[in-house]
Ligand binder design. Structure first.
Ligand SMILES: Nc1nc2c(ncn2[C@@H]2O[C@H](COP(=O)(O)OP(=O)(O)OP(=O)(O)O)[C@@H](O)[C@H]2O)c(=O)[nH]1
Ligand SMILES: [Mg+2]
Length: 330
């Protein structure tokens, strides 16, 4: 037991032993960590406390992971899902505010965001779901975030160029993820040797390039933490680079738009396209519109780039971006 422990530390420690809920445990552990004198002799205890804190935090997240706490299970919406991740203060919430109509809190201190927040990002006439997440640090990685990364079409990995510590923050995210079965990569895939390990396609997004030392830090980041993810430096607050990023988020979803027209209607419904993966068929779109449509589909007329206007096609017809289809059902 290291010497010089404060009275507050000893009190918190005693309470910790008696704690009956994980919330109480966490509170005590945090006091102990704060009160622990920092020197060589306390290194081990310091590490143990941090470990315990992160374990309790993880345990506390478990019910959320199962969706028991309302609002945590976020339904998929739109043409695809991109999850915005990164260290504290990287500007994840600011990015959501700039690209969607969601209004997560933005503030100059870490852990402003403690729960994922979804928003819809327009790309031309399509919407893509973005999800803001709590920060990932050396000590903290919310299992809900891990699940979101695993299930997303794309991860947007943000880096804080506002401080020298931003690069450490990036490294902490990468090393934390490397110790899990959810990893970031240039392309989404499952590991060939260990199917438990899944890779999520990632865009690297250094933020705050409006700040004077940001360019220098970006250089340092390339030097000390080289990554082969496509890179989109931005200023989420000022809007710089956001249009390129918007396109970069949409493109890898690899979807096409299809507009529908009722047989009796003069004009197709151009307000709200259906989206489908490239190479998708008429039958798949019919299914999306209504299960019965797919079952009872007789034929469709298609207006589009690959066929003469109004060509009659069957369910196996491969659709193209911006096709208009008029479904005829039995
Ligand atoms: N100069 C500058 N500041 C920014 C930019 N984007 C965000 N900030 C500031 O950085 C701080 C953190 O922004 P947030 O969006 O809350 O960061 P976060 O990644 O969501 O942080 P956590 O929720 O704690 O993980 C705030 O003070 C923002 O105003 C930017 O592009 N330029
Ligand atoms: Mg945030």
């Amino acid at each position: 037991m290291p010497a010089n422990l404060t009275a507050q530390y000893l009190k918190a420690e005693a309470e910790y032993r008696r704690a009956s809920t994980p919330e109480e445990e966490l509170e005590c552990l945090q006091v102990m960590l704060r009160e622990l004198p920092k020197h060589k002799g306390t290194d081990k205890l310091n590490a143990e406390l941090k470990q315990k804190i992160s374990k309790v935090k993880k345990d506390l997240q478990q019910p959320q992971a199962k969706g028991k706490r309302g609002g945590i299970k976020i339904p998929r919406q739109g043409a695809g899902r991109a999850v915005v991740i990164g260290g504290p203060n990287a500007g994840k919430s600011q990015l959501l505010r700039s690209l969607t109509r969601a209004t997560p809190e933005v503030a100059p201190y870490p852990f402003t965001t403690i729960e994922p927040v979804p928003g819809m990002m327009p790309w031309e006439d399509v919407m893509v779901q973005l999800i803001d997440t709590p920060p990932i640090t050396a000590d903290y990685f919310d299992p809900v975030t891990q699940g979101l990364i695993r299930g997303a079409d794309l991860a947007v990995l943000m880096v804080d160029l506002g401080l020298d510590e931003g690069i450490d923050g990036l490294q902490a995210v990468l090393s934390h993820l490397a110790s899990t079965k959810t990893r970031l990569a240039k392309e989404s895939s499952l590991d060939e040797n260990d199917i438990g390990v899944s890779y999520t396609r990632t865009l690297l997004v250094p933020n705050k390039i409006d700040l004077p030392e940001a360019a220098e830090r970006l250089e340092l980041m390339h030097e000390f933490c080289p990554l082969d993810f496509p890179e989109y430096p931005i200023s989420a607050a000022h809007g710089t680079g956001l249009e390129s990023l918007r396109n970069a988020i949409y493109e890898p979803l690899d979807v096409i738009r299809v507009y529908t027209k009722l047989p009796m209607a003069k004009e197709p419904d151009f307000d709200r396209p259906f989206t489908i993966h490239r190479g998708g068929t008429l039958l798949e779109i019919a299914e999306q519109i209504h299960k019965d449509f797919a079952k009872n589909l007789k034929f469709a007329r298609v207006w589009g780039s690959a066929v003469h206007d109004g060509t009659q096609v069957k369910g196996d017809y491969v659709l193209h971006d911006r096709d208009v289809v008029e479904l005829h059902v039995a």
